[in-house]
Ligand binder design. Structure first.
Ligand code: ZN
Length: 139
């Protein structure tokens, strides 16, 4: 049986500079950056904060061709995507497609934080880029 998303894993926020943007999270919200990771496949550098179980993921482009660079050009800094935790990313993508959603990823791929991830197109989701993610890699 299909298992639906069962919690919000993270909120992805596009920033021009992690060094500049992290100040708000550290100095105003008193959160701690527990990891900075570059994901060359996506041409981004990421910084992670945690509020209870939910991660805040700052995304800074490392290349002008990065999807995050394009997002910043079009919309400026701000919320980029919502990451929903699912048991099986490929299954969740398949079910969404069967329910009429346009996918960005037909199959899951490797994301930041060792996660298995896949995106739905914002055209099909009311304008929000939706990510499914799981730390359970199902082949
Ligand atoms: Zn994400």
């Amino acid at each position: 049986m299909y298992s639906k998303p069962y919690r919000i894993d993270h909120i992805g926020i596009a920033v021009k500079s992690i060094e500049e943007s992290r100040k708000f999270y550290e100095e105003v919200l008193d959160l701690e950056c527990y990891k900075i990771e570059e994901v060359p496949d996506h041409k981004v550098r990421t910084a992670f904060f945690k509020v209870d179980d939910v991660k805040i993921e700052l995304l800074e482009p490392t290349d002008p061709e990065s999807p995050i660079a394009k997002f910043l050009e079009k919309k400026g800094p701000g919320i980029h995507h919502i990451g929903y935790f699912v048991h099986n990313v490929n299954e969740a993508l398949m079910v969404a497609e069967a329910r009429g959603v346009q996918l960005i990823d037909e199959l899951s791929r490797k994301g930041a934080d060792g996660m298995d991830i896949g995106f739905l197109h914002p055209k099909s989701t009311g304008g929000v880029l939706v990510e499914f993610c799981s730390d359970v890699i199902v082949l």
